[in-house]
Design a protein around this ligand. Structure first.
Ligand SMILES: [Zn+2]
Length: 294
């Protein structure tokens, strides 16, 4: 089993520590699969967390076992300080009841404790997701009661200090529901002076780079597993270059044995070949925006 760089108490101490010196920079940590915790001025955005064993349990004994490769960074109920959570689509590694229900309950319990229930409504965690997916998410998360910020492609939403723009994702098609709404999204998030792009699960599709380039993306968080509807390491490196990302961080590998990739096989060599700055994180490892190449 792969051990996270930091986990449990050590991880939480890293998140809590050193915030006073951050100024206008942000920090982020990879939580495994497509999960990232983004911290800016004491506020926390959590992208697509998967912090349970629900898929391993669900597929146990089936013809597609989800055997874990890495240990969990942190229990979801310990992330009771999170303000906003994304779900780019309905697949369980991006919308996991066993992660989100205990986390949302823990957040609400902390809000009740600190501020009293009367103020809690405005502070309940918000889940940012595709409008097309909100009914499904509300059913899956029926045992919790988050707020929902539903978005369609190219919509913008403010959750200060995070400004979201929803962008289409093709997993592995640009699928629309019967009302013409994208069911797979990525998010471009403006945070202070920086722009972070979390692609969700997607292949590279026609026009994608052209539509993303105007955002002046600093950090691109891209899958590299190259199967099950996601781009390869080579494609991720090239997309990062094509959109002008100042640094690309790979994800969506090392969670399950059947659906992984080694960044050293395609991603790193292609980044080096085309001159794209990259950073490979271990799970539970911190990245700071002060490390973005100029
Ligand atoms: Zn996925």
């Amino acid at each position: 089993m792969i051990q996270p760089a930091l986990k449990d108490d050590a991880f939480l101490a890293d998140v809590a520590g050193g915030q006073a010196e951050m100024g206008s920079s942000f920090r982020l940590w990879w939580l495994g699969q497509s999960g990232f915790l983004l911290q800016y001025r004491g506020q926390h955005l959590l992208f697509d967390p998967y912090l349970s064993n629900s898929l391993t349990r669900k597929y146990e004994g089936s013809d597609k076992p989800h055997v874990r490769r890495s240990e969990r960074v942190v229990a979801p109920e310990r992330l009771d300080f999170v303000d906003v959570i994304t779900s780019t689509h309905n697949h369980t590694d991006h919308l996991d009841a066993d992660t989100l229900v205990p986390m949302i309950r823990a957040i609400q319990a902390r809000v009740d404790r600190v501020l009293g229930a009367s103020n809690a409504d405005e502070l309940f965690p918000t889940i940012v997701l595709a409008e097309a997916n909100q009914p499904f998410a509300a059913e899956r998360l029926a045992h919790a009661s988050p707020l929902y910020q539903s978005m369609n492609a190219w919509d913008r939403a403010e959750h200060r200090p995070f400004s979201f723009t929803a962008v289409p994702a093709a997993h592995d098609q640009l699928t629309l529901d019967e009302q013409g709404r994208n069911v797979y999204l990525g998010f471009v998030v403006k945070v202070g002076p920086c722009v972070v792009y979390h692609s969700g699960d997607t292949v590279v599709y026609d026009g994608m780079a052209e539509s993303l380039r105007p955002f002046s993306i600093d950090v691109a968080l891209l899958p590299i597993n190259g199967k099950v509807g996601n781009m390869s390491g080579r494609d991720a490196a090239r997309l990062a270059k094509d959109i002008g990302a100042r640094v690309v961080i790979p994800c969506h590998y090392d969670m399950f044995e059947f659906n992984t990739a080694d960044p050293a096989d395609e991603f790193i060599p292609e980044c080096e070949r085309i001159g794209q700055a990259y950073r490979v994180l271990q799970q539970g490892e911190r990245f700071s925006s002060t490390e973005i190449p100029r």
